[in-house]
Design a protein around this ligand. Structure first.
Ligand SMILES: Cc1cc2nc3c(=O)[nH]c(=O)nc-3n(C[C@H](O)[C@H](O)[C@H](O)COP(=O)(O)O)c2cc1C
Length: 358
């Protein structure tokens, strides 16, 4: 077991990589594949129409992996909210030990889960929310940077700032979420003080993700600039794949004089978004994706992906530590590398970057 972090120890997993909850994606096929690969797979409770269906899905997942897996419970504002208490009760009754919570006013649900001795990972996009979740007794914070898919929050803080703020000011271990796709990212997150990473979009683009292959291909073709932020006007900003509908939604949002939610509602319909994953028409409705789409170039199995991340992270950390070669070898001004020679990134020389910086 090469990794030994607070996350791997607490969850009993081999690689500190979590597959975040994903509406209409987080079914047993994906969660079990991630857990079988040595990470933590997570079922998404609200993909199941009732708590009883969630019970069946948990049992199905258990038949597909002997390894630990978790359940995500997302609390979002709704005219008729789901019975969160009943979903939480099924999670507890089915012996799930690891729960990812997200969304608004999670206090009562976290209290219930902690009373049942669950390990709670709470996802948040601000340090203020993270600190209040820490007070509620969560075990890990999952810090979701502005790069992430879905609800990015209203402060637009990327992970470079958020993760260091988490390290400086939260007394609770945390994992890094948003913008991760490979082992370089995992190594960077560990360097910034995280105990592991959480990935959504990258896991959507795997063989086992139970969505239409056209959508996975659309992710492979996409660039990091191909996302849109919608619903900012209503302080419920979501990062979506920049398809025709999302672009139209942004236009309506910007141009509407009255700013009535009803004007944009047909464009951001969750029902049509769900159909996208089934019919493979990427423009049929809006769907969630993070800026990390620009870093995704293939559709591997979860096993291949998790093993690759593990290998790359170890190689990256070894390479980074080899840059420190002992007291005598610390470069002195005017000594060591020739002026203009970029020793850490030799490729930069090709473009003259090293010299230009001098
Ligand atoms: C298709 C999709 C659906 C998602 N649905 C949920 C959800 O229901 N609840 C939740 O907490 N997070 C949800 N997320 C966010 C992920 O759990 C994760 O935090 C996010 O994807 C991390 O950013 P990344 O995509 O850059 O890895 C979703 C993400 C995607 C891509």
């Amino acid at each position: 077991m090469p990794f030994n972090t607070a996350l791997t120890r607490a969850l009993g997993i081999k690689v500190p990589v979590v597959q975040g909850g994903m509406q209409w994606v987080g079914y047993a096929e994906l969660a079990s594949a991630v857990s079988n690969a040595g990470g933590l797979g997570i079922l998404t409770a609200l993909t199941q129409p009732t708590p009883e269906d969630l019970r069946k899905e948990i049992r199905r997942c258990r038949r597909m992996t002997p390894n630990p897996f978790g359940v995500n419970l997302t609390l979002l504002p709704a005219l008729v909210p789901p019975d969160y208490g009943a979903y939480a009760q099924v999670i507890i009754d089915e012996g799930i030990r690891i729960v990812e919570t997200a969304g608004n006013s999670p206090g009562p649900v976290i209290k219930k889960l902690k009373a049942a001795d669950c390990i709670v990972l709470h996802k948040c996009t601000t340090i203020r929310h993270a600190a209040s979740a820490a007070k509620m007794g969560v075990d890990f914070l999952s810090i979701d940077g502005f790069e992430c898919a879905g609800h990015v929050g209203e402060h637009d803080l990327t992970n470079f700032i958020l993760l260091s703020r988490a390290r400086q000011s939260l007394g609770v271990p945390f994992i890094a979420s948003g913008g991760f796709a490979d082992g370089h990212g995992l190594a960077a997150a560990l360097s910034l003080g995280a105990e592991g990473i959480n990935m959504g979009t990258r896991f959507m683009c795997t063989v086992e993700a139970p969505i239409h292959n056209n959508i996975k291909e659309a992710i492979v073709q996409a660039q990091e600039t191909d996302t849109e932020l919608v619903l900012r006007r209503w302080k419920n900003t979501s990062r979506l794949f920049a398809n025709k509908v999302a672009k139209e939604a942004v236009k309506v949002e910007r141009e509407s004089k009255e700013g009535k939610f009803e004007e944009i509602a047909p464009f951001v319909s969750g029902k049509r978004g769900r159909q996208v994953f089934l019919n493979g028409d990427k423009d049929y409705g809006v769907w969630t994706a993070g800026q990390v789409i620009g870093l995704i170039h293939d559709i591997p199995t979860c096993d291949t992906l998790v093993k690759r991340i593990e290998r790359e992270a170890i190689e990256t950390m070894r390479k980074t530590s080899s840059l420190v070669t002992g007291e005598d070898a610390v470069p002195r001004p005017g000594g060591g590398a020739a002026l203009g020679q970029n020793v850490n990134n030799p490729e930069a020389e090709l473009y003259g970057v090293g010299k230009a910086k001098l």
